[in-house]
Design a protein around this ligand. Structure first.
Ligand code: LMR
Length: 327
């Protein structure tokens, strides 16, 4: 924490002494999804707002589709100063903080409104600071949506995926979640998922309607079960060194542009969770399976013990705060 304070003081005084930057400040924004997604569109909106409001002072260059970094590399690259902004899913911060693992707990949030309420709560806002010790700054949450499970065979209950290989993001909670139903979880980068599915190296994956549609997973997965068992949201993140090294007026304008872009991205997320689901159904390439309440309860019963396993790392109080967001 003292190191962060020292960086803030040193960089603030430096920016005070040198208010005029000869060349525009460049923000490289790296992400892994397609442009036609909540994150892709949020990044473009941010770029446009910065262009309008900080012309000649700041430029934003977006690298979508894992063109610059995968999520496994991007945070380290950010600490080294090789990229300024990214928005990895909340599942990808495990090496940096154990607290954000809360978002991976299965069946913790009943819907995206509960996620939103928790993120806006005191506890949720505090979590934005959980990366400070790693010299990273959480600038805001962005929604994608609730996750569904896709596969080669129809899946209704946990027994249907026993022994099957499922791709997961690099998260121990997600690993425990699939192990709880006797499936075989494999941590793989997002950029490899389509090929893994197409070649049948894996049996299935969990993801949002938007990612399953935009990356064409539905074309190689004939069944998608609407489990809504967990959330896939993002943290927009930057490095402390970059952020606090910016002149204060620029930093404030960037934060404002980002806040507006996130509001827009969240609207896109809400639309896509309905529209992309429908587009998948309309394609006729994948059948969407809605499970009954009793079938859903089987998933809940099998996966809920995962909460207890991670309670010490995440914090019982934090889990309680998230539960309360469902009311
Ligand atoms: C995934 O790896 O499935 C997601 O994190 C991709 C994303 O950024 O939405």
């Amino acid at each position: 924490m003292r190191r962060l304070a020292a960086i803030i003081i040193a960089t603030l005084s430096a920016s005070w002494l040198t208010p005029i930057h000869a060349a525009p400040i460049e923000i490289k924004f790296s992400h892994v999804v397609a442009e036609n997604t909540p994150k892709g569109k949020m990044a473009i909106r941010f770029q446009q707002l910065v262009e309008q409001r900080l012309a000649g002072k700041v430029t934003v260059r977006i690298y979508p589709n894992s063109q610059l970094f995968t999520d496994a590399k991007v945070l380290q690259a950010m600490q080294l100063g090789d990229v300024e902004m990214a928005a990895p899913s909340l599942s990808k911060f495990q090496k940096y903080t154990s607290k954000l693992q809360i978002f991976d707990l299965p069946f913790l949030f009943k819907d995206i409104q509960a996620v939103e309420k928790f993120q806006n709560s005191k506890a949720g806002k505090e979590l934005l600071k959980s990366l400070e010790r790693k010299m990273l700054v959480g600038l805001g949450y962005l929604h994608n949506g609730m996750k569904q499970m896709s596969g080669y065979q129809p899946v209704r209950t946990p027994a249907d995926i026993a022994g099957k290989k499922y791709r997961i993001m690099a998260s121990d909670v997600l690993q425990a979640q699939f192990e709880a139903v006797n499936a075989i979880p494999l941590k793989k980068p997002f950029s490899e998922v389509f090929t893994l599915l197409q070649t049948r190296a894996i049996d299935g994956q969990e993801n949002t309607w938007s990612n399953t549609y935009s990356k064409k997973f539905f074309e190689v997965q004939p069944y998608i079960t609407a489990t809504n068992h967990g959330v896939l949201d993002y943290l927009v993140v930057t490095s402390a060194e970059f952020w606090y090294g910016l002149p204060q007026d620029i930093r404030l304008k960037l934060q404002q542009a980002l806040d507006e872009a996130i509001i827009y991205g969240n609207q896109i997320a809400a639309e896509k969770s309905v529209d992309d689901r429908q587009k998948i159904i309309d394609s006729g390439k994948s059948q969407v399976i809605d499970i009954s309440e009793a079938e859903r309860q089987q998933w809940v019963d099998a996966m809920r013990p995962v909460w207890k396993r991670f309670e010490n790392e995440i914090g019982a109080d934090l889990i309680q705060a998230a539960i309360e967001a469902n009311q």
